[in-house]
Design a protein around this ligand. Sequence first.
Ligand SMILES: Nc1nc2c(ncn2[C@@H]2O[C@H](COP(=O)(O)OP(=O)(O)OP(=O)(O)O)[C@@H](O)[C@H]2O)c(=O)[nH]1
Length: 779
Amino acid sequence: MSRHKLVKALDLDEELDDFDGGTEPGYDDEVSADDKEQLRLGTIKVRDILGEDAGIPDKEIEDSLWHYYYDIDKTVNYLLSQKTNSQPKKSKKKKAGDREAKATDFFKDSPWLNILKERCGEILIEPLYPRGGLLGGSSKQDGAPKSKLAALAAARKKKENQILEDGQNATSSVALLDKLGAKSRRSKADTRSSSSSLNPQSVPSGQPKNIQTRKYPIRKPQNEDVSPAEPSAEAAPAAPGPLPSSELEVKPEVTPAATPSVFARTIFGTPAKSHEPVFQSADSYVSQASESHTEFNFAGPSPDDIVTKAQNTKGSAPKAAKQLAPLANGNKSVNGVTQGVSEVDIEDTKIRGKNLDVLAEFEKSKPKNAANFVVIGHVDAGKSTLMGRLLYDLKVVDQRTLDKYRKESERLGKGSFALAWVLDQGTEERNRGVTIDIAMNKFETENTSFTILDAPGHRDFIPNMIAGASQADFAVLVIDASTGNFESGLKGQTKEHALLVRSMGVQRIVIAINKLDTVQWSQDRFDEISQQVSAFLTSAGFLSKNLAFVPCAGLTGDNIVRKADDPKASWYLGPPLISLLESSEPVTRALEKPLRLTIDDIFRGGVQNPLSVSGRLDSGNVQIGDTVLVMPAKEAGAIKGLEVDSDPVEWAVAGQNVILHLAEIDAKYLKSGDVICPPSAPIQCVTSFKVKVLAFEHIIPMHCEVHKGRLHALGRVTQLIAQLDKASGAAIKGKKPRLIKPGSVARVVVEVDDPVPLEQGGRVILRAGGETVGAGLVE
Ligand SMILES: Nc1nc2c(ncn2[C@@H]2O[C@H](COP(=O)(O)OP(=O)(O)OP(=O)(O)O)[C@@H](O)[C@H]2O)c(=O)[nH]1
């Protein structure tokens, strides 16, 4: 029997939300009747395999069954190895070796007890940018740069000051910066297609307007199948600079990292390799930058450094942002962090905003309904194709672009992926025919402004899927209806994705039963799949009224934006997918709460904006001129510019996807997953927290990864405080639990190595050994 049981009857609202915890921890540790029966049946099966004369007492068999969660094969293997090892030993050395083998054998199926040290690093997703001072790496100690790359940056800055003192003219550097092609990383798709061959009358009343698309960069998580991209840090030794290359940090080979960005390549001198730019229109940018970097003198200050410095000097603006007091004596407590923040006197920013009443402005603006939806489902269910079709039929993507994709994909022998290429823009994604990271695209209908978050279906990229789902208001679950594929998908990521989005608070889900062309639009097949999926989703905590099913074929466009053409589909009288999307409820915005923005991406927003971050405003509001705090670095900075959906604006409110152009803060204090908040109401950073967790797998004290949006932290479940009653949420009295079974709810303590910004009510996902083991609410 596998340990990986399916989780049934999980009503997360009931189990996680609707109770305020029990009184005292406790758990009835006695073996339940169910367990006893499993042990009895298991013992019979093990005896059958081992034979009656094996000479192993029942107790030993039961212990092994208990350890292996009743897995017969593992139990038999273990008992056989025990038996072999208990033979008389020939020598002392052999004895020691046997003991070691026995222990290794015993734990070989317990991944959390057998994690190689180097794998601990592997399970984190590397940010797109190289860490260590230039970008990323928000944690710092005693104000000193952490890595040698940071030292390289510091040395460069020192030299830059020298040059400025010598009266070097910054103007030429601006020109050089222009030459380096510091363009916006965003690509705007052609919003007005004139040449679409599709039937324009078929587009429903909700015609798209003012449509923009944006592709997020590819992050690359651990994945054995994917040929590892060149780790970003590897580029460092090649870069000339004050430090000898041997002294620079080189990441271990086991840590696959994202391909260096154009910016990183420019700075570090790594030649652009097989990876194409992430954005549609960035080809010229890459070649320009690649050419330029060869002429750039790395020993001197970077053009941006010079420009920024010159700007600061000109405006006689002293550094407004201050480094906040480090944690006193390494005190890692929540209070320590908060106190550290409150003790710091943050100077007012020199950037002058209009000091608007943002909430009043928001009310005045009569905002359009906005919704983010995440597209989830098993690998190859047709998610990207479906979204590509949606964008094409809505004329977000024009005919010429699609023809180009068709030609290129056919050349690679992947002609059927042409529509998926609208979203999958990374070279590796296209070569392999799989989505690796969230692709973000926008489109508007008459009533609503939508943001699509196309998630990868492959199990190796679940962390990226989690990042996308954390920003979603509702989900579109895509199911491959073709023979055999629905069944394998259900066992695979269909269920896991659905459980994950529910755990992250998503309540509404549109189910696109896709590829119905492959089963001749069989109504029976549609009904069979709808019933099974509906049963699972309601058991996972979705209300029936929040489920909507549509039979469709992304490849042909039937029932996506227009009704199906195929006469075999005439039995379906309901609306196409676009109408179901449009019926989504308006987003509830946490306008009154303090500002919280989890950083999704950090990039160079252009010549005027050397440091920009993107993300969704979880709560509160911001405006130009605001001073903000970045946690956990505890660094303050100022907002010098703002964009909402790629348009420059004065202010932004919760629920909007924004780009903040920052000033008076160094990029080295920022990384994906960090939180931007007001200095007056900073988010707490913790190294230990209690979680009310719903177990997807067995949970014992074990190593795990903590995921919250783009935040990933290595940690451990250190205590199982109590198992909780699923109905009342009260702690079950008795001894502390030894393990939490799948489907149970428990209160556990999780510790992480470095402080992470987390607050009560935050939803986290716990993963271990590449599996999602639980989801919970931070208490
Ligand atoms: N016959 C048929 N094939 C489809 C349909 N939709 C997608 N496909 C094919 O299914 C394959 C996978 O499509 P993708 O869109 O890449 O699937 P995906 O779910 O985005 O894949 P990942 O993001 O990598 O998980 C491609 O070959 C598509 O052409 C459909 O409606 N009918």
